[in-house]
Design a protein around this ligand. Sequence first.
Ligand SMILES: C[S@@+](CC[C@H](N)C(=O)[O-])C[C@H]1O[C@@H](n2cnc3c(N)ncnc32)[C@H](O)[C@@H]1O
Length: 482
Amino acid sequence: MHRQHLPITALPAWSKLNDVNFLDISVQDLGSEKGYGLVTSRALSSKDVFDVPTLLIVPHDLILGAEAVEEHAKVDAHFKQLLEAFGGKSTRGDVMLFLLMQITITSHADEKTVGLSNPWTEYVKMLPDVIPVPTMWSEEERMLLVGTSLETAVAAKMASLLREYEVLREVTVDIPWCKRCWWDNDSFQLRDWLLLDAWYRSRCLELPNAGESMIPCVDMVNHSSKPNSYYEPKSEGVALLLRPDVKLSIGAEITISYGTSKSEAEMLFSYGFIDERSIEKGLTLTLEPFEDDPLGKAKAAAFAKPPIVRIEDEEGGFQWYSPFLYLMCLNEEDGLEFRVLQQTDGSRSQLKVFWQESDVTEATDDFESLISDHELKDVFKLRAVALLQDRIRQQLERLYESEDMLQSLAGTGLVAPQSQGSALQLRESETAILEKTFAVIDMQKNTLLESETVLRYLGSMDDEERPEQQESNATNDEDDFS
Ligand SMILES: C[S@@+](CC[C@H](N)C(=O)[O-])C[C@H]1O[C@@H](n2cnc3c(N)ncnc32)[C@H](O)[C@@H]1O
């Protein structure tokens, strides 16, 4: 969409007009990968003071969240129509529609027949066109993520954004103003939807009592793992405050924390950069039931959460958490059973999960505890550990194998240095995490292989297999002989 733009130097006038109060700080183009940021316009200190300095106050009525969207629909008939056609699914979706309405207004400013202008209509003119999140990367840049935990996550997100865009088109193509402003001249492109998603993902904050919200001006603050400020709702609006015991010289950058528990992949996915000093080392891999598992589909359906394994760096080394892995490695002969129960009204059926004859439908994510008093628990654990080791081996192979492709893309001009830098950092970090976790799992596997239960179980399997093996050996002999 050909939306209008305003330079960031227009922000002070916009703030004055909308009662946003900047106190001893101002917005600046930092001229680096960070984009805009807030900096002090005089030295500030919160050392030995009773009241920490307030840096910014944004009135409540400017905050864009679920409630604001609902209120705006009461006064903007076009937006109401849009919300009725495609809204009501999530705060994210509704806020994105609100932002879409604003860029539509600014793209058709000469007509003045679409939407109702409000402070956000002008504010979005100052927001950047490019956000370095992978959903806005080129295809070649996304190839740099092959083998990382973001490979499937970004592909899934792209597919879901494309689906949203296509459905949005389908449900609005017959609304006259949407048809005229977006679809007749193809001015609303997938790229616009990707940008709105990236704005939301990289700029929304969590506010107590209000939930996910976008706060103009506060969304100009960059991240640091050692932040000097924080935000907090106050009676007069959302305030940005200096942290206690902080001393800043003139021109120092104001920073907040975007979260202390986000992994490098999560930071890159949501914000388009990796904080080098990130303390949270870890990653998430997806799991899929075996194709030949007759219970595979039922397991996936009964497990209410995403089937993943989470690897985290803890004090004693890397640890893994995966409730699905335990469910994944159990079979009917172990005592796992699925039953489809007919509802009393006969209309619907419900999938029920049983373990050792007990209904555990509500506890499918707790199989680690459910197996803990089973005599074969070490055997089940060994299966889980072996499965995980395979999954990690597979991921590492994909990382190693894609190195050549990476080399061929580097320096071709098809990948931006920032995307390349972030992708390389992620690859390096995840390779190290996976290699270390592989070693940890190897030790866990060896310990389990020494367990008496496991030895007895494997011994009994050998006995059962021996006649078959003898038969197959005989067949092989015959084959060789012939
Ligand atoms: C909430 S906005 C902050 C304002 C933003 N810099 C701008 O130009 O509008 C978040 C975005 O700022 C950038 N950013 C924030 N902190 C950063 C950091 N420590 N290093 C690199 N980029 C950062 C990232 O592009 C991120 O998606």
